[in-house]
Design a binder for this molecule. Structure first.
Ligand SMILES: Nc1ncnc2c1ncn2[C@@H]1O[C@H](COP(=O)(O)OP(=O)(O)O)[C@@H](O)[C@H]1O
Ligand SMILES: [Mg+2]
Length: 264
């Protein structure tokens, strides 16, 4: 029964990573980590600072020297470059916001739209602007993208640095998503957020899951990740310490010992 279940979940996997290992000089930052992510699921990755979580995303996106294999839609993409992975629909955000600081919020979104048009394989089947060719259409698409991510129109003509921090975090996710993604890897999207902003972010992630995206979310805010994730992977000192549903993870004594009980 158990084997059947895991086979079934593997069969649904949009992204599967196998034996990821990352070494920086003598430091083994990640050792033999494997997991999979399915469409319409949120996979949470938790672990203390320095556990290797961000390195795991770098490994998945081929942005760092690593060992292991990565499958996207069952195709071995281990040697596909970062940029080409993005155009195949595997996209990530970073812990720190990164925008074009001199461009308005809308122009940043236009850049993301244009970036995605210019790649040969557009992944979005849902986006009505997929075939848009003109700048005006790209602007409309950008405004629609921002609206979908709950970014109010009052911010469109401001610089990213001038809008509230909570909106900046949403903008980061929106720009990564662009014209659409199959898999979004989000590195601590709620960092620095509280209350209402965190709720808005949670609503966006849940809405993306409803759009059949596979979401992999590194997160320190336990309340948030435990409430939205379907499955959790816990990494400690570069190794997978535990995996399970949020309920299973929360009562796993190893997890409580290594992380949840710790004051960070
Ligand atoms: N580019 C790098 N060069 C050397 N060491 C790094 C580099 N990036 C991360 N590390 C180290 O690798 C370990 C894992 O880091 P990281 O993946 O950022 O962890 P996390 O995201 O879980 O906080 C840490 O000890 C960190 O100091
Ligand atoms: Mg990190």
């Amino acid at each position: 029964m158990h084997a059947e279940q895991s086979q079934r979940s593997d069969a649904n996997a949009v992204l599967r990573v196998e034996g990821l290992t990352v070494q920086y000089g003598a430091l083994v930052a990640l050792h033999n980590v494997s997991w999979s992510a399915s469409a319409d699921q949120i996979l949470g990755i938790i672990g203390p600072n320095g556990a290797g979580k961000s390195s795991c995303f770098a490994a998945v996106t081929n942005a760092v020297d690593r060992r292991g294999r990565v499958f996207l839609d069952k195709i071995d993409v281990s040697s596909v470059r970062t940029f080409d992975l993005a155009s195949r629909g595997l996209r990530r955000t970073f812990q720190q916001n990164s925008f074009f600081g001199e461009l308005t919020v809308l122009q940043n979104a236009v850049s993301a739209i244009v970036r995605d048009y210019s790649t040969s394989l557009s992944t979005s089947l849902l986006m009505p602007w997929r075939e848009a060719a003109t700048r005006r259409q790209a602007e409309l698409a950008a405004a629609e993208l921002l609206d979908y991510f709950g970014i109010a129109s009052q911010y469109l003509h401001q610089l990213p640095g001038d809008i509230p921090y909570g909106v900046q975090r949403l903008l980061s996710v929106a720009l990564a998503y662009g014209t659409g993604a199959k898999v979004l890897l989000l590195d601590e999207p709620a960092a620095g957020l509280s209350g209402g902003d965190m709720k808005k972010l949670a609503d966006v992630l849940i809405s993306l899951r409803r759009r059949k995206l596979a979401l992999v979310v590194i997160e320190h805010h336990m309340d948030l990740i435990m409430s939205i994730a379907d499955h959790i992977v816990m990494i400690d000192q570069g190794a997978m310490l535990a995996t399970g549903t949020p309920a299973e993870i929360q009562r796993d004594p190893r997890v409580v010992e290594a992380y949840l009980g710790r004051d960070e």
